[in-house]
Design a binder for this molecule. Sequence first.
Ligand code: G6P
Length: 612
Amino acid sequence: MCGIVAYIGQRDAYPILIKGLQRLEYRGYDSAGIALLNGSLNIYKKKGKVQELVDFAENQNLTGFTGIGHTRWATHGKPDDVNAHPHVSGNGRLTLVHNGIIENYTSLKKALEKVGHVFHTETDTEVLVHLIEEVQKRDNLTIEEAVREALTNVVGAYAIVVIDREDQDKLVAARKGSPLVIGIGEDEFFLASDGTPIVEYTKKVIYLDDEQVAVVHRNGEYEIRTIENEVHTPFVQELNMEIDRIEKGGYDYFMLKEIHEQPVTINDAMRGRLNSEAGWVKLGGMDNYVDHIKKAERFIILGCGTSWHAGLIAEYLFEDLARIPVEVEYASEFRYRNPVITDRDVVIAISQSGETADTYAALELAKKNGALLYGIVNVVGSSIARLTHAGSYIHAGPEIGVASTKAFTAQVTLLTLMALQIGRERGTISDEYFTKLLKELDTIPGKVARMLESNDKIKYIASEIKDASNALYLGRGYNFPVALEGALKLKEISYIHAEGYPAAEMKHGPIALIDENMPVIVIATNKSLNEKIVSNIQEVKARKGIVLAIVTEGDREIKEVADYTIEIPDTEEPFTPLLSVIPLQLLSYHIAVMRGCNVDQPRNLAKSVTVE
Ligand code: G6P
């Protein structure tokens, strides 16, 4: 969702801000804006893409060694030029960009209106900048004091960066619930919602914590205090990001690049954690908690979107291999129920970004009730990674395409390792099966690489079904969550309505939709349930549906009935999702490209959903 970038130092801020905003485009947004400080202040804002802002700003005054920029994903107020950030205080002195939601903005607005403030936009952000102005004027405060004081009156989530025109050699930033990273250069600072706008300038970063306010000065000095005004000594760490991981590297879209990275990213998720020769699997993140985890009465898995689908696969893995009862919950539902949580529960949070607001809030609730929190997260240093007691990074590298691909398979890989280790600790897997599974898991990256060789065939099938208005995805067992994920991928990026169903449930509703125009994608790679799936396919064919079946190499029976088949290499059943999801990712990708969709930035979607 919204992205922030800011610069103060000795260089021209404009190119740094624009490049930074382009790097943040993947988060999802609908307008963009910048403010440049050069004695006076110039603000340029535009609905639409960053390129439209660039075209608009061309030939205007773009000078300034200080600036703030923003990509806005509309929450309060429609996406237009006026509501775009930055926003300015009533007296014109303060300019601010904001990511998050000020929940009590209505009451703050009323109070400010009573003392004469006039608002020109529909945003909660404008209220915030007026509030800081009011506090600054009232108590004659410096900008950092005013920000601190104002924020004590704010309910909600924020990451902000503020410019004070009367104090031109500093920027003030603060966060609560929305991420903010400070990059430290030589007498210069780069601030951003994540590391992508910073990585090419410096790798020295500070991740601001909740309720902290940072002041960065043009002379290279900085200070961090809590909003209670206590000085905080920051932890300066190295940004764990490589520049080539955030560029397209010859691919048309990030999504295609990320699909093709999967043999490497699955391997990276396993690196140092699995040794099939020596016969062990070990997640360092579990070291201090193994006993607690293996004795858990129940695992509660929380996530949203694709991460929730990874959680559903984990339910099969943990029950199958470790014999632990599992509940998989949408974080957004869990947090507003009155869930029963005890200190004998282990809560596993799955999140690519580590910033999803619902997942974060659900975890806070579980923590309060005494559960142990374990994070399966991609973005190092993210909020969820810091909130959990322990966890394992999936090491997939930055995922830029909004539709998650490599993070999903890395999450499933990590959860597979976790199930294997816990199963081993609990003695629920026989030696023989354990050894066999470890050896097989080692071959998965190679098998994924082989799957990618089916690209041309999948592209052809995509051309045959690209004009459909609806699609149905069916799977059983381990492949039921894959059916959900396949359907999600298709609707996210191609805007074709698609639903995933457990194959047997088809008879309880979706079968009514099947006719000669309905593609039905059946994931039919489960050895244990093969006959049942063949029957499901026959039922679809009897109603003239178009069947694309994902089958195991050598399967003849399904080939005879299905219209199209794609083969995956043979593997152990718990690992089939890692292979069967690959053709579904490619299918969605090709259909979306053929339909002229913006694959990496689908309409209305955001990569990192930092508001509930
Ligand atoms: C958004 C993204 C999805 C992602 C979901 C959960 O909807 O577009 O790709 O699966 O959020 O995000 P998380 O970062 O918590 O995995």
